[in-house]
Design a protein around this ligand. Sequence first.
Ligand code: HAM
Length: 427
Amino acid sequence: MSQTLKAVRGTRDLLPPETALWNRIEATARSVFARYNFGEIRTPVFEDTSLFARGVGEETDIVSKEMYTWEDRARAQSEKTQTLTLRPENTAGVVRAYIEHGLGESGQLQKLYYIGPQFRRERPQKGRYRQFSQIGAEVIGPPSAGSESPLRDAEVLEMLATLLDELGITGWTLHLNSVGSAADRARYNDTLRAALAPVVGQMCVDCQRRAETNPLRVLDCKVPADQPIIDTLPVIADSLDEASKAHFAAVTAALDAASVPYTRNHRLVRGLDYYTRTTFEFTHGGLGAQNALLGGGRYDGLSEMIGGPKAPGIGFAMGEDRLVLTLLAQETALAQKADAFIAPLGEEMNAAALNLARELRHQGLWVELGEGSFRLKKSFEAADKTARQIVILGEDELKSGILTVKNFSTGIQTKVPRAELAVFLSN
Ligand code: HAM
């Protein structure tokens, strides 16, 4: 017997009824993005590997350990063999598209959102998959369009608070920090290197390497034994220049004015190298170890890092899988049922039942169609599982135009004229 095939480790099938929740999350996100004047961008799922090496950073975990990369062999003389990568995140791809299509030439801010799969070869666990979905958005443009303004940071954060509220996710915490300018970070890296020198020998091998190559990444370390050492290291806030400090103060002042709560988290440096100034994460206690619902920040130098014009930007990506987990744990997210189940009495009523279902569906109702060969008891059982109400359609009902409706939550049975049925069922 041949072996049964299964979804690859770290990937999964999404099935109903959970997919209804995914769709609801995406519809809510699209509606919020539209109100904030964002338009959708769809970039390819794979890109030239060097986009991520240059954009996200060679020394990050994502690029050094987690990418799905392959040699794509040339098929014709005119092609060359390329090294390609399944996107581990979408910001680099969006900025590549911004450059490629000259989107900055309009002189306007580009406000773009995306929804789609990303790929990272991480160790799978609850809330962490090798294929996962992000809902993200980026605000990017030439400095003359106001892309460097702290107001953009505050507006993005305020939009996120609104989106989480509309999704019905309560109890989140916004962690906010500034990683400063490239010059601030260079200064901080020197400070860190000096502070690490006497203690790094007691730390994990990754930290020993990072202390040499990119000391900032030591702050991302999750090894428990290293945490007491990391807690004693100098904080980046003390290495920020006046302009970075003023930017951060303006972001927090605008958040205060909009009553968006946040906490300053000095260790939040984020796992990608393109960040400048504002960085943030929204966490949720219900998620366990993988508690980041979303992350993001400003990336004023990313466009230039990948060969484009000066195009400061800020954005975020939400882990859609984690939004689903949070909602599933939090409420009766999947308790929604169809408005009505049509139960034909006998196979000869099937065609008439299809017609009635069509009539109600055209009026916007969510309808499940039963099967006339079922005994009434079986129809009731099926209806109770899928719908709020059952409508019985037998020969008498068809002739008289008066239908019997039973509401499962009240137990009340009502006779309803066919012309009034849609209104009755939708209440
Ligand atoms: P990130 O922090 O790497 O940032 O990912 C953003 C979010 O994606 C995380 O907070 C998490 O919810 C989700 N996520 C990441 N990896 C996984 C995984 N393996 N399984 C499930 N969910 C995951 C970025 O990707 C940046 N591009 C965000 C950004 C946009 N910064 C500026 N603009």
